[in-house]
Design a protein around this ligand. Sequence first.
Ligand code: SAH
Length: 505
Amino acid sequence: MNKGIVYLVGAGPGDPALITLRGAECLQMAEVVVYDYLANEQLLSHAPATAERIYAGKIGGRHNQGQEEINSLLVEKATEGKIVVRLKGGDPFVFGRGGEECEALYDAGISFEVIPGVTAAVGASAYSGIPLTHRDITASVAFVTGHEDKEKGESNIDWDRLSLGGGTVVFYMGVTTLRQNMQRIIEHGRAPETPVALVRWATTPCQQVLVGTLSDIADRAEECAFKPPAITIVGEVVSLRDKLQWLDKRTLCGRKIIVTRAADQAGEFSSKLAARGAMVLECPTISLVDPENWQLLDMAIRDLSGYDWIIFTSVNAIRYFFKRLDALGFDARAFGNCRICTVGSKTASEMHSFAIKPDLIPSNYTAEGVVEEFSRLDMHNSRVLFPRADKARDIIERELKKMGAYIDSPVTYRNIFPERLPPETLFALEKRSVDCITFTSSSTVKNLAAMLGEELLLDMLKGVVVASIGPITSKTCRDLGLKVDIEPDVYTTEALIQSIEAHFN
Ligand code: SAH
């Protein structure tokens, strides 16, 4: 049997975008992933769905015993011929016990490769605006454990050299031992007024920075109950942060925002919020599924060029429509001379992605806007196709009929709601730590109310800023008794984000 291989991959300090290309490549090949507490779980999405995922934190009780069990697990899986990724926080060889794991693999005759990662000190340095070296300030930096192995007895750290000379010192694992370490460095000769920064959960949306001096940082940390994981940066370079911090200047820095959306749509909106510093909690309230049967839609597709107009009011309608068009063996030529109306700029650009230019884009992105545009045209005896969601309002059908049009509105996809909220979202709501919740359609509001029950919804959203994409969604909120705090003038997610930024600044 072929022996497998183990890739020791540095996951980086937290921000999932900080993994290396090679690291992501290894994850894509993985058959088994053994991952750590400090490795961002989002990185697991690089691995195939079929890969076995093993959380190393669950293995073993005591520290050392746990490590031995991890070593044996790596050997065992690789001996079975598997491609194993050992995903470790930061860099595998910086306080990561990667050396020990490689030794065990070497002893067992198993091939391995080590892929470096951005270590916590380097990640924290960049994301807190504290350069670890600087031509005018210091030319050296030391990475030191703040938590020496007690079983080893005397210290391996040369406190004299560390303290004298003015080089930057970065402690890993030094939150609980902060007071002793700061004291020791002062005793060995560093000025008590030397600036110090603690950086917790560096590079993640939860990053926290606490600045003080060697003499007072421990008190400050105690006052705000500062917790691990954090690194401690000691040195004059810390004072550069006043000028060089950039993360904390982002407009939504540290705001916890719930994004209620269709599961397959949340990505882009959430990443835009996250790019502005928000801590995004995704809360899928809608899953999109196929219609119960395709009969009506199929009839319409087979006769597509016989319609004068086709109206798409959402990106999803276009996606599901084209998916079915394709399944029936047609392509975009099936539209013939049928004119196309799309509602909203996203919807128009989705149409462009199929190389089709919409003929009509109403300036008001609601069903009323569509009706108003069509009321300017002669719709008498025209045939209109409106592929819609199962729970859409019927205003377009009703009003176009009044104008003398024949309208077919086959259900093209259905909205169903998931049974429960993701645990982190529920937890944040219960802890009352949420700043804002966004609703981008009436169904997101209705489904959330259905998932939580109206009474609980109102209670849980007390004090939470409600941001709604437009008047219809806002009305649905108000009908349920929610107060809407934010509603942009243009009904797009981009405008919604801008209004949220304006609100919080
Ligand atoms: N191999 C890892 C370090 C593991 S030791 C690396 O290269 O980064 C664990 C310690 O790393 C934690 O106690 C903490 O001091 C530090 N650490 C890891 N991730 C961190 C993060 N995102 N923010 C701050 N400190 C972090």
